[in-house]
Design a protein around this ligand. Structure first.
Ligand SMILES: [Zn+2]
Ligand SMILES: [Zn+2]
Length: 393
């Protein structure tokens, strides 16, 4: 297998825009690619930038109902089409079908690159629209590119695909697509559904009882969980279940809205904790799936101070050339932020000084994070032959 990496990008991906005041503003992707470029991350010899083509109808139908696809196509002229479209969360915009199909094409391209061996890892930061359902838009997501890319891989003969979702919101659309499918393990680590959209993702959601018990793992963290708590929880659950599942390929949704400044959610990670999380996913891909790793974007609404730094670290991690946390952000990038009239103060460095050390989980402590860990381990671990109470598992 090649050790090259593919970054899926085209400025046309900025066409997925839900309007000026909508939180999912495409400027977050634009600023990310400009920051990655300004720091030389895209210049790595191993890295190639590929332009996607839009997913065709047959590909979109791997997950979505034809009636829903038709509704998305008609929506700009017929705003009352239903299917979750035309709401405050999922406003209708001109070119919506094509823009969403291009993002999906990007995630399928990433999957194709890794499947064919042309790339060992591939990243599509415009993807990861994990809330979209078979028959409706949800949570800013029109087409579920992550679920479609996974179905595309299943059609090529994969028998075990692991999906790990670190977005602050539960990966409900991807979980729903594969809840009855034992070939796909979905793992989601998120803010508790008691306090955040979409209100699902409880630890007791473990897969369909008749078809696929153990095919879903949910780790629901308390509000305010910081870098150390998040990393402690991740390492207490995710590597164990993914290792036990032994996937042939790893798909990750790397939404960065667990950041402490994110306006939509209440976890408290810094870009340093996020950088550490990408490293953990990268290590896991090499350990469990021979390096076959598809990394997608997702949520993230700190348009200036979070997303560009977090996902520049992600692209650097994928490409194997990590950035020093103390790296200074080029003045040219900061001036561009100011010139665009963005209110947020542009950051100066690629770190926030976050502490990313953590103590390994043990069954004897009783913090709120530890109670969340225990609840997930109790609900899910037996399906993997793991002992919920044994810290070595
Ligand atoms: Zn999110
Ligand atoms: Zn690697």
């Amino acid at each position: 297998m090649s050790d090259s990496v593919t970054v899926v990008w085209d400025d046309a991906l900025l066409g997925y825009t839900m309007g000026g005041d909508h939180p999912l503003h495409p400027i977050r992707l634009d600023l990310t690619m400009r920051l990655a470029d300004a720091l030389g991350v895209l210049a790595s010899d191993r890295l190639q930038v590929l332009r996607p083509t839009p997913a065709d109808a047959a590909t979109l139908q791997l997950v979505h109902d034809p009636a829903y696809l038709e509704a998305v196509r008609r929506a700009p002229e017929h705003p009352d089409v239903g299917h979750g479209l035309g709401t405050a969360d999922n406003p209708i915009f001109a070119g919506m079908y094509d823009a969403a199909a291009l993002i999906t094409g990007g995630s399928v391209l990433a999957a194709e690159q890794v499947h064919s061996g042309r790339a060992q890892h591939a990243v599509n930061i415009s993807g990861g629209l994990h809330h979209a359902m078979a028959d409706r838009a949800s949570g800013f997501c029109v087409f579920n590119d992550a679920a479609i890319a996974i179905r595309w891989l299943l059609d090529r003969g994969y028998e075990r695909i692991a999906y790990v979702d670190i977005d602050v919101h539960h990966g409900d659309g991807v979980q729903a697509a594969f809840y009855e499918d034992p070939r796909v393990l979905t793992v989601s680590i998120h803010q508790t559904p008691l306090t955040l959209f979409p209100g699902t993702g409880f630890p007791e959601e473990t897969g369909d009882p008749d078809e696929a018990l153990g095919s879903a793992v949910n780790l629901a963290l308390p509000n305010g969980t910081d870098d150390s708590g998040w990393l402690r929880a991740f390492h207490a659950v995710v590597p164990s279940v993914v290792r036990a599942f032994a996937p042939q390929i790893l798909v990750t949704q790397c939404g960065c809205d667990a950041h402490h400044e994110d306006p939509l959610a209440d976890l408290a990670l810094t870009v340093d904790g996020q950088r550490a999380s990408y490293r953990a996913l990268h290590d896991l891909a090499h350990e469990v799936s021979d390096g076959r790793w598809i990394a997608l974007g997702g949520g993230g609404y700190g348009l200036v101070r979070c997303v560009p730094r977090a996902w520049t670290h992600l692209i650097a991690e994928v490409s194997g050339s990590r950035l020093e946390p103390a790296t200074e952000i080029p003045e040219s990038w900061r001036e561009d932020v100011v010139r665009r009239g963005l209110r947020a103060r542009p950051p100066t460095h690629m770190t926030e000084g976050g502490y990313t050390g953590f103590a390994r989980w043990d069954p004897f402590t009783e913090s709120r994070v530890d109670r969340a860990i225990s609840r997930t381990r109790t609900a899910a671990f037996p399906y993997f032959g793991l002992d919920p109470d044994d810290p070595r598992d």
